[in-house]
Each structure stands twice: as C-alpha cells, then as structure tokens.
Design a protein around this ligand. Sequence first.
Ligand code: NAD
Length: 430
Amino acid sequence: MLILSTPYERAMSFIQATFDRLKLTPKERDFLNTPQRILNHTVQFKRDNGKEMELPSYRVQFSNARGPYKGGIRYHQTADLEEVKALAALMAVKTAVVNIPFGGAKGGIQVNPKELSRGELERMSRAYIRLIADSIGPDTDVLAPDINTNPQIMAWMRDEYEKVKGVYAPAMITGKPLSYGGSLGRDRATARGGFLLLEELAKVEAIDLNEVRVAVQGFGNAGSEMAMFMHNAGAQVVAISDSHGGIYCKNGLDPIRIHKYKLKTGSVQGQYCEGSVCDLERLKLDETEVISNEELLEIDCDLLIPAALDNVITEKNAKDVKAKIILELANGPVSPEADKILEKKGVIVVPDVLANAGGVTVSYFEWAQGRAGNQWTASRVDQELKRIMLQAFDDVRTEAKRKDLSYREAAFNIAIQRIVDAMRVRGWVN
Ligand code: NAD
C-alpha cells in the first residue's frame, strides 16, 4: 500500500479521487490541483529580552471561485507549508459543502505559542498582519482562529489591519471578541454543528442517543463543547483526552466536572493525577482508568470523535477502531488509507468538511453582521446554523444514496461540483 506522507498529499488524494468520479477536464483539474496563491514570509518581532525572533509564516489562498478566501490561522510548531496548504484546500471544500459564499484559505505561523509571553504573542500577531495586509480584507480573504489562536488574537489582528490600511473593517476577520464585532454563538458553533448532524444521523439510522457511548479525543474548544452536548443529550461520554493523555470510565464521565479540573490543573487527568503520579485509590473508587491517546482511539464505544490533531487514525490502527460511527471534528484525523479500511468495516464516517463546518458557517454570519453593521440574536444564529447544517446533511446523504458513496465521497462530490460550476460560469474554464 502506498502511504501518503504529507497532509497536503492526504487532502489532495480525497480531492483527486473526486476529479475522476466527476470526470473533470484536465483544465478543471489543473485549477484545483494547486493553491491559487501562496504567501510565505518570515515574521520578525522583538522578544521580551530585546532579541529579534524570526519565524516562518504562511497564508495559502487555495480557491476564490465561489467567494472571498476564508480560513483560520494556526500557531503550532508543526504548521509548515504542507500542513497549511492541506488545510486551505479542505476549507475550499468545506465552504462549498455548506454552500456559503466563500472560497478556502488557511494561515499559520510555525511557533510554539506556549513559549511566548502575552506581549510577544501580540507583537508576533501584529507583525504577521503587516506582512499580509495587502492580500487580505473583507472582500478578498477573511481570517479566523484555529489551533492556539483565540478571540483576543483576532482583535489584535483586526486592530492592526485597520491601522495599516486606514479603514474600518470588522469583516476582515471572524472569531472576534463579542465586545469588538464578534457574533453570538461562535464559541460553540463547531460543536453545535457537529451535534446537529449527529441528531439527524441518529434519526435516519434509528439510533437512540441515550444509548450511545462516546469517546472524545481533544478537550479544547471543539472537543469540550461536543462532549457537553452529548452528555446533555443523555449519551455516555466514556473517554476523554487531551495532549497529556486521557481517562476512561465505562459508566460514563462528567464532562462539566472534567472541564473544571482542566481549567484548574491544565489537564483532563487533573482530577486524579499530578504530572505522571496518579491517585490509584481514587481511580479505583471511581472505576476510572488512565489511558493514552492511542488507547482512546481503540476504546470500546459506539461513537468516536477525534477533536485534536490530524492523521490520528491511520492504516496502523484503523482495523482496531471499535466505534461504529466517527464524527471528524478535527481536520483530517482519518488518513485516506484508514478511510478505506473503515469503509470496508462498515464504519460510518461523518467527514471533517461536513462535521466541523458549523464553525465556518457562524463565521459567515459574523462576516455578514460586520458588513451590515448589525448584531444577530443568539436564537437567529442557532436557527440559521441549523438550517444550513441540516440542508448540507440532506445534500450529502442524498448524493451518497443516489451513487452508493460514503459520506466523505458524497461531500467531496457536491463541493467540487459547486466549485467547478462557479469556475465555469465565471469563464475560468469552459
Ligand atoms: P484547541 O486548541 O482549542 O484544542 C485542541 C485540543 O487538542 C486540546 O485539548 C489539546 O490538549 C488537544 N491535543 C493536542 N495535542 C493532542 C494530542 N496529541 N492528542 C490528544 N489531544 C491533543 O483547538 P480546537 O479549536 O478545539 O480545534 C481542534 C480541532 O478541530 C483542530 O483540528 C481544528 O482544526 C478543528 N476545528 C476547530 C474548529 C473550531 O471552531 N474550534 C472549527 C473547525 C475545525
């Protein structure tokens, strides 16, 4: 088996398989085989000790066939060009799956932000915006948060952009604080979107959510909110993990309590462990076990929700996954090789480009509010999110049934067809 080794190769393998299914022409394929534009700059800023720091930074604008480029900015030590290109391509597909008027982009700085002070983080974020200011904007390329970036960083970025360009431009970035142009409902949008899809899936597959046992990998913004949605719906959240490791209890964990401990101790194991030293008595009393992230993926459960990093389910562990449903809240958690193994096993995979699209959908609402100068109520945000997610689920399910495809294949079919239709009417291809 040929193993696809870079994130971009993995993302493109899903896209290129779609070219064949849709019988695209060579010119149409060329357009979608490479990003339209890559900005590759060195970010320079002063450390607190007065020394200059230089870091690689990227903004990849994959496609604007359907509207302005749209995508988040990731601060991570692994955020290299291959990763950012992959995420930009997936964004173009995602905005098309949910049919919102955006293209796809992604940005990244190759840095471990945990090693920076708040002041350094601000100087770095502002320096990044100065480098790309001429290539972004409300009608050009709309930024957003991703791993290790947050509303405060979005606020610094908007402020810097407005200063440099001398304009008022709340719609140049989404995921802003509520006090500075943010939208109600954005913080829980990704998890809520995923949960709405699960409710629909449960209906069509005749699954009772009260009987579902769930494992969630990653307990950040997306994973923690999702665990709480499932818990509140009556499901049993049996395993949760973060970068330090996880915990498992066959009788069910309380995500609200774990969240409190995570805030206090920095880890989901914090209730039982200090570093690598764990209170075995308490673990035994609560019938809870400490598990690794690898073990979580293979735990006995019905629903597995990867909500941390990409490429965690590969050809090495796919055969050992016990869950019958995987909801991809993370981007790219299942490799193309693993996808084939899971499909053969009959596992239902709700793909990232649909499962986590609630985030970019509410970002779209935030962009629309920024442009109109108004503020939607929380119930309007929730209602519109529900309408869009349920329509997307219905589109994907109909395509899957009509052509006997997996949900991933169906979602990519719909998205690539919508992008190509836009390219055709714009006269980019005939
Ligand atoms: P986050 O930074 O808030 O949380 C990430 C979580 O993953 C943390 O709990 C961290 O401890 C954990 N983690 C890190 N390394 C890990 C490892 N090796 N094993 C297990 N857990 C690990 O990030 P987030 O915003 O929740 O995003 C998580 C994933 O969801 C990413 O793939 C992101 O691209 C995707 N996503 C997020 C959103 C959103 O709106 N937040 C939208 C779309 C997609």
